[in-house]
Design a protein around this ligand. Structure first.
Ligand code: GSH
Length: 216
């Protein structure tokens, strides 16, 4: 791995996961920014040269372009202490990373995007109809995390791992999606452990792009 470039949008939790992994590993990343509110990841050039799926994050390693945030985290961290020892613990870490993409991110991250970037008044009818379901599913995800952390400090293998990083990215900004974390004290203690670790960087530890609401 050399000359790594992260194609990203700074406010995205999916992109933040990768900056956080890189910070913990001391890996330098060149950041190339796109404004998703202006469709900069949907241009013919981006679709042809960077990601045919039209999304960031994308990690460029030489002439190879890796997509999907959690796969990128795994690529960077392979062989490091961010991946626990033992086949079971490694699979358990991946279990939480897959769960994040299916049960957590589509609810909490999407609600955050709709509130923060789009604006609730500008949502389509189809999006508005999904709010109650996303809220219920987001709360269920947070409850499951809180219950898991009741007797554990970390998600997998009794050590800080990619599972914690991938779940932290959107959990710590869940308030921006109107999820109140006060009801989840074990999540709050877990977040405090992460935020006080050596090597930690905050999501906005760089100048964010000016966000322009899609429609107001
Ligand atoms: N499952 C993907 C999700 C990627 C994703 O949804 N990226 C969003 C920002 S967080 C994006 O690029 N949106 C711009 C668009 O869809 O045009 C991952 O984890 O990397």
């Amino acid at each position: 791995m050399s000359g790594l470039v992260l194609h990203e949008y700074p406010a995205s939790g999916n992109c933040y996961k990768i900056r956080l992994v890189a910070a913990h590993l001391g890996l330098p990343l060149e950041l190339r920014r796109y404004d998703i509110m202006k469709g900069e990841t949907r241009t013919p050039e981006f679709l042809r040269d960077v990601n045919a799926n039209g999304r960031i994050p994308v990690l460029q390693d030489g002439d190879r372009f890796l997509t999907e945030s959690n796969a990128i985290c795994y690529y960077l961290a392979n062989g490091s202490n961010l991946i626990p020892d033992g086949h079971y613990n490694q699979a358990d870490m991946l279990r939480w990373m897959f769960w994040e993409q299916y049960n957590h991110e589509p609810n909490i991250a999407t609600m955050r995007f709709w509130i923060r970037n789009v604006g609730l008044d500008a949502l389509s009818d189809a999006q508005r109809m999904q709010i109650a379901g996303k809220r219920e599913a987001g709360l269920a995800a947070l409850k499951l995390m809180d219950d898991h952390l009741d007797s554990r400090r970390w998600f997998a293998g009794d050590q800080f791992s990619l599972a914690d990083i991938c779940l932290f990215a959107y959990t710590h900004v869940a308030d921006e999606a109107n999820f109140d974390l006060e009801a989840f004290p074990d999540i709050i203690r877990w977040m405090e452990r992460i935020m006080t670790m050596p090597g930690h960087v905050d999501l906005d530890e760089q100048v964010p792009l000016a966000l322009e609401p899609a429609r107001q």
